[in-house]
Ligand binder design. Structure first.
Ligand SMILES: [Zn+2]
Length: 355
């Protein structure tokens, strides 16, 4: 079967690889769609970062070359002998969290914080840019009739947004500011809207993304290359919003997300950073602001909880995954039409790869 395999930096090949066997508690999935994520681009352009290259991943035991793709969905095509929750033909979205089941965080049910954790498609354990893959049955979350299977590929990034908004305790009527509106930023905007945010401010320089942010639920979009988003937000929100989200991964937006929050406000860092950034702690201390990080979403045996929540929100129209999809491409074209286009500064937001 064919898969897009990470060999090394700028060396991803669509090639024939061996099929995995299906274990007793696993399922085989005939893949229908997979989204390209910012972390895939980091691996391609600057990796290996998450991908294990010399030391095998402690859970999967794998090193590169490994198949890529961690935002994916498909149809169950084979079921392990002990699996009772799924049957052949079920459409599913796959929660890619990898966990060891033995550390203190797994004991506490925080599988995404597992000390030996990882993600399918980055750490081994199969991948979504392929014709098929094999995953633990508990990681495959059923999709209802109202959610098309290809939208199942967007459950992963939307669950990042929903998890971030839940961690920030956004409540009905709260004001929110989102710094950066790529795919995860858009998911945070939609999840804030669904949570009942009173006003949503977004800082985004790229025009197409700014327009999409409005469709996602933003009330005010500021172009930070034209005016100071902190000044605009604090003047319109009586000194700052209840909750801010940093979703761009650079020093400027970290500082903006702190200073656009009201005193006692909540700052949530969603991005993964390439570099250290500088922050003045007084900006946090003098306003008694709170800063939290947020990583992915609940996974492993609790995949149904986190992914199920997002899927219901898609089914009832609270979240609109189609809005983010700007292109659909063939697996064979993933490097040229996918990675290279996204890295080349195109106006793409989410590209779906369909095998
Ligand atoms: Zn663990």
């Amino acid at each position: 079967m064919r898969a897009a395999v990470f060999h090394d930096r700028e060396d991803v090949r669509v090639e024939e690889i061996a099929r995995d066997d299906v274990g007793a508690d696993e399922v085989r999935i005939d893949l229908r769609a997979a989204g390209i994520c910012g972390s895939d681009l980091h691996e391609y352009a600057a990796g290996p970062i998450f991908v294990p290259d010399e030391t095998p991943h402690p859970v999967t035991g794998e090193t590169a070359p490994i198949p890529m793709g961690h935002e994916f969905a498909g149809v169950v095509s084979e079921v392990g002998s002990e699996v009772e929750t799924l049957t052949e033909g079920d459409p599913v979205a796959v929660n890619p969290v990898i966990w060891d089941g033995t550390c203190r965080y797994c004991d506490e049910g925080k599988y995404h914080l597992c000390v030996n954790g990882g993600f399918v498609g980055l750490s081994g354990g199969g991948g979504g840019f392929a014709e098929e893959t094999v995953v633990p049955a508990v990681s495959a979350v059923p999709l209802p009739d109202g959610v098309p299977v290809e939208h199942g590929a967007l459950v992963e990034p939307f669950t990042v947004g929903v998890h971030a908004v839940r961690r920030a305790n956004v409540r009905a009527g709260d004001s929110v500011a989102v710094f950066g509106s790529g795919p995860i930023g858009q998911a945070v905007i939609q999840a804030s809207w669904a949570a009942g945010a009173g006003e949503i401010y977004v800082s985004e320089p790229q025009e197409a993304r700014a327009e999409m942010a409005v469709d996602s639920g933003a009330d005010v979009v500021v172009d930070p290359t034209e005016s100071d988003p902190v000044e605009r937000i604090t003047s319109e929100s009586d000194g700052g919003v209840d909750a801010t989200f940093e979703v761009a991964g650079i020093e400027t937006t970290v500082n903006q997300s702190i200073n656009a929050a009201k005193r006692n406000g909540q700052v949530t860092i969603v991005s993964i950073f390439e570099d250290e950034v500088s922050v003045h702690p007084n900006d946090v201390v003098l306003g008694e602001r709170r800063i939290s990080g947020t990583l992915a979403y609940q996974g492993g045996p609790l995949s149904n909880v986190s992914f199920g929540r997002t899927i219901r929100m898609m089914e009832t129209g609270r979240l609109d995954p189609e809005l983010l999809v700007t292109s659909r491409i063939d697996l064979d074209d993933i490097v040229e039409e996918g990675f290279e286009r996204l890295l080349g500064g195109s106006e793409e937001v989410k590209i779906l790869v369909e095998p």
